[in-house]
Design a protein around this ligand. Sequence first.
Ligand SMILES: NC(=O)c1ccc[n+]([C@@H]2O[C@H](COP(=O)([O-])OP(=O)(O)OC[C@H]3O[C@@H](n4cnc5c(N)ncnc54)[C@H](OP(=O)(O)O)[C@@H]3O)[C@@H](O)[C@H]2O)c1
Length: 324
Amino acid sequence: MRAARYHHYGGPEVVHFEEVDKPAVPDDGVLVRVRASSINPADWHTMNGTPLLARPTWGMRAPKDPRLGIDFAGTVEGVGPSVKQLRVGDEVFGGGSGAYAEYVAVPESKSVVLKPANVSFEEAAAVPVAAVTALQGLRDHGHVTAGQKVLINGASGGVGTYAVQIAKSFGAQVTGVCSTQNVEMVRSIGADRVVDYKKDDFTTGSERYDLLLDIAGSRSWSDMRRVLKPDATYVIVGGQKGGPLLGPLTHTIGVRMATMRVSQRLVLFFIAKLNREDMLVLKELLESGKVKSVIDRRYKLDEISDALGYVLDGHARGKVVVTV
Ligand SMILES: NC(=O)c1ccc[n+]([C@@H]2O[C@H](COP(=O)([O-])OP(=O)(O)OC[C@H]3O[C@@H](n4cnc5c(N)ncnc54)[C@H](OP(=O)(O)O)[C@@H]3O)[C@@H](O)[C@H]2O)c1
């Protein structure tokens, strides 16, 4: 099969295609013919080998694992002997290692579930990492409840477009922060209020929030705290690129230093965990139409370097999808 591989850290140019063996069908898993995948900032972090802090895991001088890509949607082509629920021919979506390829193998118990019939492979492939992050950020770390005022800083990207819709599905009143070109889109996916950060400073307004999901990491704690209620929760999902050593963690460290004694509940770092239960929650949200994927651009698998380069610029409008 054809698969994207990288053997050196660097920019999108280090990714190329190789003819490799199809992954074996796992005893406890399935082999999926990939029809679509999508790009996440995590892909370019591993490609680039930054933050350097993560190199002991990824490989100090060169990547230990040459595969790239996590999100996929496709058709089950092989089923292991211990698999209980999935069958050959099922249309599925989920997360696995090496999804920028024609085939990916995943354990059934991990994060692969049936694709809802009302969404395309492309719309399904956009979901896993970004939407699971939004769900876990709001529900598990933010403890979102109906009626709360929720501010989403970075509402127009991959995580943000799902976060706006998932927060609405919990009954929250949602304010999204994005740039001018995305204001209408963020409103169209359900935000009650949208602040254009190019024109207005959301940290100087009179509104106070119960929960702030900080995806963009674009403002200091002293700015952010102005719009938080005393008992609010502040959850950091991501940050600006930062330096090579710490990358987006620079923002987390800056906030940590400034918040030794504050009344708000702070979640300064979490890594979303793909799992079957949350994929089933998202499947239901997609089936009910409460959540839809916003797709910015589509690239072919051969154009993966261009797709990674586009997301690297940091202004994707929803998700960037790769068709296989
Ligand atoms: N903790 C985790 O487990 C986890 C999981 C996934 C992602 N992340 C992190 O979350 C962040 C976002 O991921 P993503 O997939 O959503 O990325 P993305 O699709 O590339 O979206 C980035 C968004 O950031 C917005 N943005 C840039 N500067 C901004 C600013 N100053 N104010 C407000 N918004 C701004 C952009 O909107 P405009 O074009 O409108 O400026 C763009 O829509 C990344 O740092 C990523 O590493 C963390």
